[in-house]
Ligand binder design. Sequence first.
Ligand SMILES: [Zn+2]
Ligand SMILES: [Zn+2]
Length: 245
Amino acid sequence: MRIADGIHRIGDGTVNAYLVVEGAEVTIVDAAMPGHWSGLLAELAAIGRTLDDVRALVLTHGHSDHIGFAERARGRGVPVSVHELDAALARGELPNPAKGGGPIRPLPLLRFLWLGLRRGGLSRVKLGAVATFGDGATLDVPGAPRVILVPGHTPGSAVLHVPGRDVLFVGDALATYAVTNGSRGPMIAPFTADPAQAIASLDRLDGLDAGWVLPGHGDPWTGGVGEAVRRVRAAGPDGMGRPAV
Ligand SMILES: [Zn+2]
Ligand SMILES: [Zn+2]
């Protein structure tokens, strides 16, 4: 699905992966669940590209619902990278650091779990190997995303800024949809390891401008980075999975 010029989304908004298209070349941002592989191939075909045009798969963090098809892509020659502080998590060497998911409503959570069953996202998804990047790096991949480390959701959670496309990929640094209860609006994502740290990390986005804030879960936010961050702060550290109103 086309989001903006050169930006495409894979998935229905519950769990998202994205494409950045730069000329003939493509960067994938996050890898959703293993079963989203067919959606990846379909989206590439829809824009006249193939896996051979994909130069990189960049992960916002090491959670299994973001590295779904990454190992399969790696097997097809696509370099995969993640922030160095999440590499062990992405390789499945560490347990998920999240202790809980915040408030739950059964139907949306069941929907997420059902998606996981259908798409294979709840099985033990991990990477055999992964390259790493550090805070502040500008990645030498299509779109040239700049890395902003925002620890809290996981220790190595990274926001990827693509100024040339007016896009900020926020991963789960904030979500606009809570898979645990169906709430919508900017909030601390469910399954955040350290919500207070996650909110403090959003200071690093102050002053950033992006017309498109694209989360790992939920629809695009077009109300400005500052307003998204303001709402997350307003809900406070107890606001995991609860948007401010
Ligand atoms: Zn996550
Ligand atoms: Zn996630």
